[in-house]
Design a protein around this ligand. Structure first.
Ligand code: PYL
Length: 284
């Protein structure tokens, strides 16, 4: 997973409402309604302001990303929850969150980013939530994916979850990666998935694209009218690509956080190993 930079997140708090309007313009739903749609939960069934979210900065590994916690807090507030970034980091921050009676605790180290629901003891995971969010965005933009060919670029953790979710949506999934063996592994792991070794050819041959790779994509490869959903960080497309595509849905963090938020509110406990992703069954 590409590690975000301070530069990539620093403007999110000040831009969050325009990001929300941008999403509404492109997909006809604001972040809160989009996330509920993605999680198949009726938005009116959740009283978002009843929930208090704590975001705990975590210093492990490569350490804190300046602005990351504030950006998560801004996205969560846009969903209508109350939120605060704990003064303390790490374990002290978690205890501060608990003593402030937080309902949901967001915390991210270099490997995992989760939203832990302190009341239901369930948690949601950013990798799965990001994949779910961007597949949902592609489905809305394309008005349905059933039986349609979709190319996933990048066989990393988000791309792998996106392949699984797209299969469940009945799409005909192709996957490509600059490391062909990673795409091949998904082809052998999931019946019906097709690995395409030549990345450039794969992009040229596909109108529906979910880009979960950190690489830049030359606009010359993009088909006229392509519908692209792109969680990949950094942003992959040049002017030519933006001209040719019908729509490119991308944001750095908030769309995945929005889905995580609804998932952590609407999930009950699953006894799954931490490496599994959850949120296939939702409590109505
Ligand atoms: C969750 C993001 C989405 C893309 N890459 C993931 C990433 O950058 N993970 C690392 C997050 C580290 C946060 C740091 C802090 O500021 O608390 N531990």
């Amino acid at each position: 997973m590409t590690r975000l930079t301070e530069d990539a997140v620093k403007d999110i708090p000040s831009k969050i409402s325009s990001l929300d309007h941008e999403l509404e313009k492109r997909l006809g739903m604001d972040m809160r309604n989009f996330a509920c749609h993605a999680m198949n939960v009726a938005a009116e069934k959740i009283n978002f302001s009843d929930y208090k979210a704590a975001i705990v900065p975590v210093t492990s590994g490569k350490g804190i990303i300046g602005g990351f916690s504030r950006s998560v807090a801004a996205a969560v507030e846009t969903m209508g929850l109350r939120s605060f970034v704990t003064e303390a980091c790490d374990v002290a921050g978690i205890s501060e969150a608990f003593s402030s009676d937080a309902d949901i605790i967001f915390m991210a180290d270099d490997e995992r980013f989760i939203a832990l629901n302190t009341k239901t003891r369930s948690f949601s995971d950013n990798i799965w939530s990001t994949a779910k969010g961007y597949v949902t965005a592609l489905r809305i933009a394309e008005k349905g994916l059933e039986g349609k060919k979709v190319l996933v670029i990048g066989a990393g953790r988000v791309g792998t979850e996106a392949v699984k979710i797209l299969m469940k949506e009945g799409a005909a999934v192709e996957v490509t990666d600059i490391l062909p063996h990673k795409a091949k592994a998904l082809e052998s792991g999931f019946a019906g998935v097709k690995a395409i070794p030549n990345v450039e050819q794969a992009i040229k041959d596909n109108r529906l694209i979910l880009n979960a790779s950190p690489g830049l994509i030359s606009g010359k490869l993009i088909r006229e009218g392509a519908v692209i959903s792109s969680p990949g960080v950094p942003y992959a497309f040049d002017d030519e690509g933006e001209k040719r595509a019908k729509v490119i849905i991308h944001d750095v963090l908030s769309l995945g956080v929005a889905v995580m938020t609804v998932a952590s509110i609407s999930l009950s406990l699953f006894n799954v190993p931490a490496t599994e992703v959850i949120a296939e069954k939702v409590i109505p």
